[in-house]
Design a protein. Sequence first.
Length: 280
Amino acid sequence: MTVAVVTAAHDFRRACQEARVDGELALVPTMGGLHAGHTSLIKAAAQRAPTVAVTIFVNPAQFGPGEDLASYPRDLASDLREVEKAGGTFVFAPEPAEMYPPGFQTWIEPGALAATLCGARRPGHFRGVCTIVGKLFALSRADAAFFGEKDYQQLLVIERMVKDLNIATEVIGRPTVREPDGLALSSRNAYLSREERMRATALWKALQAARRKFAEGEKNPARLEQLAREIIEADGLRVDYAEVRDPLELQRPAQADAASRLFLAAFLGKTRLIDNGQLG
Ligand code: AMP
């Protein structure tokens, strides 16, 4: 027995409507390729609400030209087993044409929070994220929706969207789940060769080194960023960005403090890895 799957938007809306009669509905939006990071969100959602809707949709609108839309891991049968084990109630797994039918032309355009870091490197990415998440919130009218701090900027952008558009769904952020060696779980880790997988810990090593340096008294953002860059590059990755930012507006602080976060993105071969964490 696996969880029920709906693929039509109107069926998803109806299933959510029925669930909300009995109590709260929690939503966990994903792109599939489910791993323990995703299932931690589903488990947290199941603690919050009797019904947990998990969405599995590789959203074309958040991929840029030349990115990995075509090769992104897709294995619905395996994903359904993971949802079931974690305590999800049902799954919405639409085809792209269901979410973006002919004539589709209305987008949610986020502001300054989405213009920096991944938003600067992936133009249009957060517009695609906000639009799909906004659509999922409109369909589900979920009481709460769960997102990972692995994608910390995404979490902030969605929190801002919910405030700005008066959406009633409560946005809940959850900590990053890591492999025993520190690598943040990601569906994209499946792209890594055995040899790349060993070097993929570079971002975690950089984050830990920056934390140690900060604890020793280094408050200068540029020096902490430089240290992170050197560690990532020493393992042969290409740094996309290494930035110390405040945790609310994502601005660069004059002096890092314990709440400041280090944001990292780097290419390992063709695979783009991201990570982030608080310095203190
Ligand atoms: P994705 O399928 O990559 O779009 O991710 C779906 C949700 O899972 C997002 O809210 C992510 O932030 C979250 N997520 C992905 N990886 C992790 C992780 N390692 N730990 C916690 N949450 C994660």
